[in-house]
Design a protein around this ligand. Structure first.
Ligand code: PLP
Length: 294
């Protein structure tokens, strides 16, 4: 299970979900594994939405949730503001199996892949994650951003989740076919007119079918992630303001095509170009509307 699922708008699962999954897996002798990288947001949602957790502390919820999993892994970049990550293993047999892989991929177990300094920073980050006033900030900013976007009729995933604001690009630019990467196009357009760097979460993030055809994504989203401890509310308002302008001028946005499309992780490593000269027209209109005011 992935706490706060990336590809569906950062939506959380409940403690009750996790307990049910654990029950089913135990019955069929299956291991349960948690990707806890984005757990902070999910903990906040469990605490604020789930009846049985209203009177539990974040620490108690974390402990209860942990009981549902045999293995918990995380990117420390996300959950504890440190460099690195970790794999927590309950069962010794699993540990011994993974120990061999550590030697293969990182070095002998006692070399220590991460420095003590980094592990100390991770510990502080975990303590912060147990503080509701810390972990509530991202979801609250996202909720406010989503509220403002909805007020202005801009299509966005609801209810507001964790991780970021997710703009629904199938509705933002319905004139762009999926094979021309509408979410990627909106990401490029928004960057040009605002400097805001969003992330395509749509067809470009899929791998092609084996025969080379595009695998069209179920959802075309632009993710505007809200990193921890970085943003203020005025950043969110700026993003909303620019999205409003872009939405008014959405007909100017056109498609993209790959000029360099690697087989693996094309959404990270690939290069694209606009189809036609829509980017120039967009900039022209932007300058016309804002002139020298920027
Ligand atoms: C970012 C992320 C990862 C990968 O993290 P790295 O620090 O790049 O290894 C894994 N799972 C989830 C849910 C993530 O958001």
């Amino acid at each position: 299970m992935e706490a706060g699922t990336n590809l569906i708008g950062g939506q959380p699962f409940s403690l009750e979900n996790a307990m049910e999954v654990k029950k089913i897996c135990a019955k069929h002798n299956l291991r349960t594994i948690l990707d806890a990288s984005l757990l902070a947001d999910n903990l906040y949602f469990i605490k604020s939405r789930e009846e049985q957790c209203k009177n539990m502390s974040i620490r108690e919820i974390t402990a209860k949730l942990s009981e549902c999993f045999d293995i918990i892994y995380f990117s420390a970049r996300k959950i504890s503001s440190a460099r690195g990550g970790g794999i927590c293993i309950r069962n010794e047999e699993d540990f011994l199996k993974m120990r061999e892989l550590v030697t293969l991929y990182e070095g002998f177990l006692t070399y220590g892949g991460m420095s003590i300094k980094e592990i100390e920073a991770m510990t502080v980050g975990f303590e912060d994650t147990m503080d509701e006033t810390v972990i509530s900030q991202g979801p609250m900013f996202i909720e406010e951003g989503v509220r403002l976007l909805l007020k202005n009729n801009i299509p966005v995933v609801t209810p507001a989740g964790g991780l970021g604001i997710h703009v629904n690009c199938s509705k933002f630019v319905p004139h762009i076919p999926q094979a021309e990467y509408p979410s990627g196009a909106v990401a490029a357009a928004l960057f040009i007119i605002s400097g805001i760097r969003g992330m395509e979460r749509g067809t470009m993030s899929e791998d092609r079918h084996q025969n080379g055809d595009e695998k069209l994504a179920d959802m075309e989203l632009l993710r505007l992630a809200v990193p921890r401890r970085v943003f203020t509310l005025s950043h969110i308002k700026y993003a909303v303001d620019r999205l409003m302008w872009l939405y008014e001028n959405r007909d100017l946005i056109g498609g993209l095509r790959f000029t360099d499309e690697p087989k693996m992780l094309r959404f990270f490593f690939g290069r694209l170009e606009p189809i036609g000269d829509w980017q120039e027209k967009l900039v022209e209109k932007f300058k016309e509307d804002f002139r020298g005011s920027l």
